[in-house]
Design a protein around this ligand. Sequence first.
Ligand code: RRO
Length: 308
Amino acid sequence: MDTSTSIKNLIFDFPVMNASGIWGATENELKKILESKSGAAVVKSVTLTKRSGNPGVRYYKEEVGSINSMGLPNQGIEYYCDIADRLNEYRKPVILSLAGFSQNDYIKLVRKASKYSFSALEVNLSCPNIEGKGIFAYDFKTMFKLLKKLRKLTDMTMGVKLSPYAQRDEIKLVAENLLDIRIDFVTTMNTFPLSAFINWEKESTRIKPNGGIGGLGGAAVKPICLSQVILLHQYSKGKLPIIGVGGISTASDIYEFILAGAAAVQLGTSLLHNGTNFFQTLRDDLIKLLLEKKVNKLSSKIGKLKFL
Ligand code: RRO
């Protein structure tokens, strides 16, 4: 049974990893992921300097999904560069997620990170929780201009983490431009911005920052995310590798994302609530599913969705 897939130099023995922000803000957490059956580790989006994130209750989950307004808590780029060699000892891809507040921030982050032994960079242009700042992934002109600049700075494998889009034309534009710019992969999708849960008994919001409004993840976003993967795969003619993330919590979810066109997937909400042993559970379940379906090679199913 071959569950491996790859994106350039990133070889995933099992193409399931943590989503940025779910575990992975400290060396201990990253080591826990690398010691588990995960196929790779993704570092929490890092900024130029250390941040404690937004104050107050900043994460809430119900059956249907989770919302967060973490506000980018992380140790700052220097910390992750210092531990890069130690993380590499696990011989699994280590992907560094980068988040800036300006174009200049991203330039500085890429310049710095490219001197260290990370396997790839995931440029996060879609954080929904920075009040007063627009989301780069929705400002197409600026996003493409910035990515062109970043691409010139390094030969490292470089992906982009996107927001969800609601129009086909937008996804087409993004797919075509990212191919032109020679971006190596996309991670889709970040949490859905502008989401809220309300506590009707207390008559209050469920999280504190930004008026109770944050990014929606978990089960609720899975159908949105599947359409992003299907369309990015189609509009790039299968040439833009995709990492799918949004509401994945079972082996059949993983299989659906592979059929839609993902080469790998990430776990957010489900990992947070099940812990790193969940990678082993999903791996065992996926192997069972593939045996039942008589699929010998998972990668042979990437993008093989049938249309009715
Ligand atoms: O830290 C966050 O508030 C956060 C980030 Br950077 C992100 O990209 N997506 C998200 O849902 N939360």
